[in-house]
Design a protein around this ligand. Structure first.
Ligand SMILES: Cc1cc2nc3c(=O)[nH]c(=O)nc-3n(C[C@H](O)[C@H](O)[C@H](O)COP(=O)(O)OP(=O)(O)OC[C@H]3O[C@@H](n4cnc5c(N)ncnc54)[C@H](O)[C@@H]3O)c2cc1C
Length: 417
């Protein structure tokens, strides 16, 4: 695999970039692997990369029913932050944020991580109390987060409308300066390229249709569109399809799948210096390097696998965006799309062993897993390699839905983007 460097870029520039070659291999599947990962989204690819890089397990296949990064990884609004309320969440998401900061160098691939700051707006007394509670809790956990009043928020993000007669008046916000965005496709491509260079097989257009278990109940491998592939360890990282894939092994998951949608505007000159989120009205906005406003909405109210959200949800989001940012009122929206997000009852993810020996699951990221991609892959690789959780993901187990030891980010924030 050719390394990217200033020298390599200059050399290729002189020959019309004809010498780069394939960024990852597309091998024929072998009959058996040490580990199989189901799902080539960011989390699955990162898991494979860290299995090879940190644990020396290179006999790994990542099996993907479509194209790599074509699930939620390639559909999200790329907000990255770590200012979650509970200690367990702060540790997990901050682990990810620490990895984001060096990820382009680690992968030798520009993932365009841009820590431009994430401002989470408060619209009423309840929001202010929730935000301040988060700020205090975050500080105790060593996570940066600070309170801005309305004028300070406006100074940080000039297009913001802070007039008192707005439909959703802005009374301040919590700012995480280390938060920001990254290029979603590049994250999938960077992990795929780096994992492939270490010997991982990435097998696209190959749906997993069954999970085979032996007489002792343990995992023996997966049935796929290209035949049976054996392995004693299978990690399911299938986001919105997790319940259906786990059902293949007879495991019922505490998950619901909902459409979540996003949209982009026509490109305009740089005017949004940061990411702005409003959990109360379910509207999120940042500006891409191409100049498009990237806008995220809330989930539909009903479970579905449609990958297309309802129109009234988009309407509501655009109502809120144009109220908070009147300067965007005359912008045209170019396109919208949906993904299927897998939501747990406490809105926290599951990174866990399962009752089936050799079967592991990484899911439940709901509306907010992109930000966790490097940290999730890192600790899940540990869980699979050592057959025990990493201290950071120990609390994110399946058992908590039996014992009741929830990590209740749902109650904490009403939403966990
Ligand atoms: C519109 C939208 C906006 C979002 N905004 C944000 C945000 O701003 N910040 C944030 O942190 N998160 C956000 N998220 C959530 C984030 O995108 C996800 O949590 C994260 O990308 C999940 O990554 P993943 O690798 O687990 O899943 P995916 O990228 O969905 O990968 C799972 C893969 O499994 C494959 N698969 C499924 N079934 C099978 C099968 N039977 N066989 C083989 N392969 C299979 C799928 O094809 C898919 O490629 C958003 C999501 C959406 C939809």
């Amino acid at each position: 695999m050719r390394r990217f460097s200033a020298f390599a870029l200059a050399r290729e520039a002189l020959r019309n970039h004809t010498g780069w070659g394939e960024q990852w291999a597309s091998p024929e599947p072998r009959k058996h692997y040490d580990v199989i990962i189901v799902g080539a989204g960011g989390h699955g690819l990162a898991t494979a990369y860290y299995l090879a890089k940190v644990h020396g397990i290179t006999d790994v296949a990542v099996i993907e029913k479509g194209w790599l990064g074509g699930g939620n990884t390639g559909r999200n609004t790329t907000i990255i932050r770590s200012n979650y309320l509970y200690d367990e969440s702060a540790a997990l998401y901050n682990h990810a944020l620490n990895l984001w900061e060096g990820l382009s160098q680690e992968l030798n691939y520009n993932v365009m991580f841009s820590p431009r700051g994430v401002l989470m707006l408060a619209h009423n007394v309840h929001d202010v109390q929730v935000a301040k509670r988060h700020i205090h809790s975050n500080r105790l956990n060593g996570v940066d987060n600070e309170w801005l009043n309305a004028e300070e928020a406006k100074a940080f993000c000039p297009p913001l409308n802070i007039s008192a007669d707005a439909r959703y008046p802005i009374v301040g916000g919590a700012l995480q300066r280390r938060g920001g965005t990254a290029r979603h496709d590049a994250v999938a491509w960077g992990y795929a390229r780096a994992a492939s260079a270490l010997g991982v097989h990435i097998i696209q257009n190959c749906a997993v249709t069954g999970i085979r278990r032996g007489a002792d109940g343990s995992v023996k491998g997966v049935e796929t569109a290209r035949g049976f592939i054996g392995s004693k360890k299978v990690g399911v990282v299938a986001a919105g399809s997790t319940s259906t894939v786990m059902e293949m092994a007879g495991v019922r998951m505490p998950l619901e799948s909902f459409p979540l949608q996003a949209l982009v505007s026509e490109p305009i000159k740089p005017c949004m210096p940061c990411v702005v989120m409003s959990n109360t009205v379910h509207a999120y906005v940042s500006q891409s390097d191409k100049g498009e406003l990237v806008i995220g909405a809330g989930t539909d109210q009903y479970p579905s696998y449609s990958q297309a959200g309802s129109l009234h949800i988009l309407n509501h989001t655009l109502d809120a965006i144009t109220d908070m940012f009147p300067i965007f009122r005359r912008l045209k929206m170019l396109r919208s799309w949906g993904g299927i997000v897998d939501v747990t009852p406490d809105r926290s993810p599951i990174l866990s062993k399962t009752p089936v020996k050799g079967l592991y699951v990484n899911c439940g990221w709901g509306t907010g897993g992109f930000k966790a991609t490097p940290g999730s892959g890192h600790v899940f690789a540990h869980t699979i390699a050592r057959d025990e959780p990493h201290p950071i993901n120990a609390a994110f187990n399946l058992d908590r839905f039996v014992t009741g030891r929830f990590i209740d980010e749902a109650a904490a924030a009403a939403v966990a983007h």
